[in-house]
Design a protein around this ligand. Structure first.
Ligand code: DCP
Ligand code: CA
Length: 418
């Protein structure tokens, strides 16, 4: 079967997108800092008999069927000889920052898709470089040399194809998809390769005998719409390698969130609020660093049986101060928290509907002091570390978590979303 729709991708101005993703990120950092781990199965995220799941694992561990998101106990069953480490999020974050710093040297159009993954667009850089392919290879070498980690790079004419090219290049390779090769490239790939086709969708599609991307081409748009609603249109296009999505560059972030899974399930109200306060504080810091105000604050909670609930509020005045975020977060949390249910395993706070400025209304004029307080707080923390100034509520976490040299508490799983 020919790839339907391919003809209209060719009428577009050809873009050049590079997707770049660090290999087994957390595990590679651990190996870099402790070379005796090299070549061994390694699981990052906790010790074998702890609760929780693997954040990631080395490629050697993957041979045993271990993968990220798998409960630690199951990892241990599959690969008892693996080395287990808890990991250190602040450390990985500093590697991530170094990684992005390099990428921003090459083009202003960088989408930081996750902690270790980015898209770069060179379409606007035509005058700057004689060969985009050489630039892509150069970025790969520089990341390997300066960050010290193995990285995979894919290049193509849009985001989906570039991401799939990286998948082909893993681990440690470079793959550039040439125009005209899309159909052959996509045909044999498993449907799970398409972002947006999650586990549930896969089950549904496999029941219809759709396993490979080429099988998806047989389904009419109307069928996809009835199965996936509005997402059906996107899947129709993505499966054909057609993708007009622009890069979400920094200024265009849609939300920031901070969440954590607890070391042990928590029921104690004060301890829950202490976590919420700390996460609000970290969220506020990110918002100020990125120079955004959030107009919507959302709180999320997950019970020990994984039931997840959330509640959001639209604010008349956008916020970026810890005490304002926390005030809303606490209210929302107490509204959604059902004490009669099980203990909680996770809480999170999110700020969305980001805006770059706000106008203090007359009534709220006096609240300008909150803003000055935040600025003073930032200055003190810049010099003495994040934990140098904490609210009474947050201090309670000092009894539960270790500190990372003043930079913050070492939570079990820090949020990966920006
Ligand atoms: N991560 C996590 N929890 C998950 C998935 C990932 O904490 N459920 C963390 C650990 C990973 C990092 O994010 O090292 C990057 O995620 P990737 O999905 O890119 O996975 P890796 O980089 O580990 O491996 P790969 O080589 O497949 O990209
Ligand atoms: Ca990765």
């Amino acid at each position: 079967m020919r790839l339907p729709g391919a003809q209209f991708s060719s009428c577009q101005k050809r873009r050049y997108i590079v997707h770049i993703d660090l290999d087994a990120f957390f595990a590679s950092v651990e190996v870099l800092l402790n070379p005796s781990l090299k070549g061994k199965p390694l699981v990052v995220g906790g010790l074998p008999h702890e609760r929780g799941v693997a954040a990631t694992c080395s490629y050697e561990a993957r041979k045993y069927g271990v993968h990220s998101g798998m409960p630690l106990r199951e990892c241990y069953k599959l690969c008892p000889e693996a080395i287990f480490v808890r990991g250190n999020y602040h450390l990985y974050q500093s590697f991530s920052e170094k990684f992005f710093q390099i990428l921003h040297d090459y083009t202003p159009d960088v989408e930081e898709a996750s902690l270790d993954e980015a898209y770069l667009e060179f379409t606007r850089c035509g005058q700057l470089y004689s060969s985009f392919t050489e630039v892509a290879k150069d970025i790969k070498c520089r990341v390997e040399r300066e960050v010290g980690l193995s990285v995979s790079v894919g290049a193509a004419s849009n985001k989906i194809l570039a991401k799939l090219a990286t998948r082909r290049a893993k681990p440690g390779g470079f793959f550039e998809l040439q125009p005209g090769e899309e159909e052959e490239f996509l045909r044999e790939l498993d449907i799970s390769a398409i972002p947006g086709i999650g586990p549930k969708a896969q089950v549904m599609l496999r029941l219809l005998n759709v396993h490979k991307i080429a099988d998806l081409w047989r389904l009419p748009l109307a069928t996809l719409r009835s199965l996936f609603g509005v997402m059906g249109d996107e899947l129709y296009l993505l499966s054909r390698g057609i993708d007009y999505r622009p890069l979400q560059t920094r200024g265009k972030s849609e939300s920031f969130s901070r969440e954590t899974t607890f070391l042990q399930d928590v029921w104690d109200r004060d301890l829950l609020l202490a976590h919420l306060a700390y996460l609000s504080d970290r969220l506020a810091l990110t918002l100020r660093q990125e120079k955004f105000y959030a107009q919507v604050i959302e709180v999320k909670a997950r019970y020990s049986d994984f039931k997840t609930v959330s509640k959001r509020r639209f604010l008349s005045m956008p916020v970026q101060e810890m005490n304002r975020i926390y005030r809303v977060a606490e209210e929302l949390f107490l509204e959604l928290w059902d004490k009669s249910r099980l203990t909680l395993r996770l809480v999170g706070v999110k700020g969305s509907r980001l805006v770059e400025e706000r106008h203090l209304s007359l009534f709220e004029f006096y609240q300008e002091k909150d803003e000055r307080l935040s600025q003073a707080l930032d200055r003190v923390r810049e010099r003495y570390g994040f934990t140098a100034v904490l609210t009474g509520r947050e201090k309670m976490l000092g009894e539960v978590y270790e500190e990372d040299k003043g930079r913050g508490f070492i939570l079990k799983t820090a949020s990966l979303t920006r």
